[in-house]
Design a protein around this ligand. Sequence first.
Ligand SMILES: CC(C)(COP(=O)(O)OP(=O)(O)OC[C@H]1O[C@@H](n2cnc3c(N)ncnc32)[C@H](O)[C@@H]1OP(=O)(O)O)[C@@H](O)C(=O)NCCC(=O)NCCS
Length: 167
Amino acid sequence: MSVPAPPVYVHRASAADAGRLAAIHRESIETLGAQAYAPELVAVWARPCVPRRYLDQMERGERYFLALAGATGEEVLGFSSYRLEEGRHRTAVFVAARAARRGVGSTLFRAAEAEARAAGATEVHVDASVGAVGFYRAVGFEELGRGEHRLRDGRGAMACVFMRKRL
Ligand SMILES: CC(C)(COP(=O)(O)OP(=O)(O)OC[C@H]1O[C@@H](n2cnc3c(N)ncnc32)[C@H](O)[C@@H]1OP(=O)(O)O)[C@@H](O)C(=O)NCCC(=O)NCCS
């Protein structure tokens, strides 16, 4: 008999969640994200995952959604984000390896997409990590081109696929 997946709740993150965002972001990068990039690059990618980053971004208007499970929502499975940057509506989704391929990423993306629509977006963009292209395609994105995504510490760039979803 198969065990049903536990219910997953989407929680709009607040400043109190900065530590949980940092931890799940790092976990996702170091597990699923790491499958498509060299270890040195993964280390640079994960380095800025500290609570201050999410607090700063929230102050700049970025919205975060956490996927939670467990009786009291104590288990964090992933997060999505939405922001308007240089006139572009942007998103990203990160899920823990232990929760992969259970629809958590899709649920999280829908929350970010709804936020983009509410902000008046007619399209949403992502610099997709190489390993996540199949996921973004599955939720409606198309490829615009390939290039490099500049990492936050300014000391590196990672190969990515520029993708867009028309809303
Ligand atoms: C990309 C990511 C968010 C997907 O999360 P997820 O919860 O596993 O996604 P879902 O279960 O909602 O997948 C929905 C569909 O997307 C597609 N998909 C998901 N992961 C895929 C993969 N690794 N390869 C190909 N297709 C994939 C499938 O069509 C899947 O449906 P299926 O499982 O019925 O076949 C997750 O793998 C992740 O966090 N990766 C590492 C972090 C990262 O690089 N994030 C993107 C930053 S730009």
